[in-house]
Design a protein around this ligand. Structure first.
Ligand code: PLP
Length: 293
């Protein structure tokens, strides 16, 4: 079955999809992106991802290539053509093609590309004891606007490679004061010995994950205690549980940080419960609120 990509108004075979070498995404990382999970044919948290996309575009003074409703329709059409039931859709918008000059070009149309990827099997709601992952900690060397989802991901690529070299799943980035900011492609959470969920507040220091926001809403609804505040690596090592959240992993329990066991070394009960609630949410109509306007 041919796989299609969407490039500036056309559905093209994935292998032929291309943008120009003077695209500002290629030259300056002058672009933003989103990743939305496709769960049993539904787009999970689509409205949240499109809200954040709009915000990222605004922060970079980048024009949207089309209305929100049109974007939503193109996403659905690409998913339909590629027959994706479970997987993800990637969407990137750059400031377009122009002769290389730092200043913004005038009258240049933005570039819009989308691709999909199939991932076998929907995320399972239940977790087995060996489903925990390891993380390492690394210094956070990024710029000061981590709240914008830009395609400038070199620090994260270096961090992820370091994690892979150490046999870990993710690298938690740590600020100059010893507090964890977030993973390279996920938000970071712990559960204290008292059973309180802790995650860093959504300032410019982190990307405000859409999964993070849904998990906070679930915690509130279920009456789980939570605090939005920074936590140190030492606090994480002493925690009862740790986990990470993202559109592609949902809720993933962490059982080792820098080689040391967290809690009893197995996925924690609160992490497992939140994952179950999130999967239920992903399978519900609420996750795919229709995007109008
Ligand atoms: N933090 C960073 C740096 C990320 O790159 C991501 C996702 O790619 C996240 C957090 C999680 O965000 P979301 O839940 O919207 O996928």
């Amino acid at each position: 079955m041919p796989r299609y990509a969407y490039v500036n108004g056309r559905y093209v075979p994935h292998g032929d999809a291309a943008v120009h070498i003077e695209d500002r995404g290629f030259q300056f990382a002058d672009g933003v992106y989103e990743v939305v999970s496709i769960h049993q044919g539904r787009l999970v948290d689509e409205a949240g991802h499109l809200d954040r996309l709009q915000r990222s575009l605004g922060e970079l003074r980048l024009d949207a290539p089309m209305s929100r409703r049109a974007l939503s329709l193109v996403m659905r059409e690409l998913i339909r053509r590629n027959r994706v039931r479970n997987g993800l859709i990637y969407l990137q918008i750059t400031r377009g093609v122009a002769p290389r000059d730092f200043k913004f070009p005038k009258d240049t149309a933005p570039t819009l590309v989308m691709t999909t990827r199939r991932i076998a099997g929907a995320a399972s709601a239940t977790l087995s004891d060996d489903d925990g992952v390891s993380v390492i900690t690394i210094p956070d060397i990024r710029w000061k606007r981590r709240d914008i989802k830009t395609v400038a991901l070199l620090p994260q690529a270096l961090g992820k490679q370091k994690a892979a070299d150490a046999g870990a799943f993710e690298a938690w980035q740590v600020d100059d004061d010893g507090y964890v900011t977030e993973g390279c492609s996920s938000n970071a959470w712990i559960v204290t010995k008292e059973g309180v969920l802790v995650t860093r507040p959504a300032t410019n220091d982190i990307l405000n994950g859409i999964t993070r926001q849904s998990i906070l809403a679930i915690a509130e609804r279920e009456g789980y205690g939570f605090e939005e505040r920074p936590f140190t690596v030492a606090e994480a090592l002493d925690a009862r549980e740790a986990f990470l959240t993202s559109a592609t992993t949902y809720v993933k329990p962490i059982t080792r940080v820098d080689g040391k066991s967290i809690g009893n070394g197995h996925p924690g009960s609160l992490s497992s419960s939140l994952r179950g609630h999130y999967v239920t949410f992903a399978e519900s109509d609420r996750a795919e609120r229709y995007v109008a306007g």
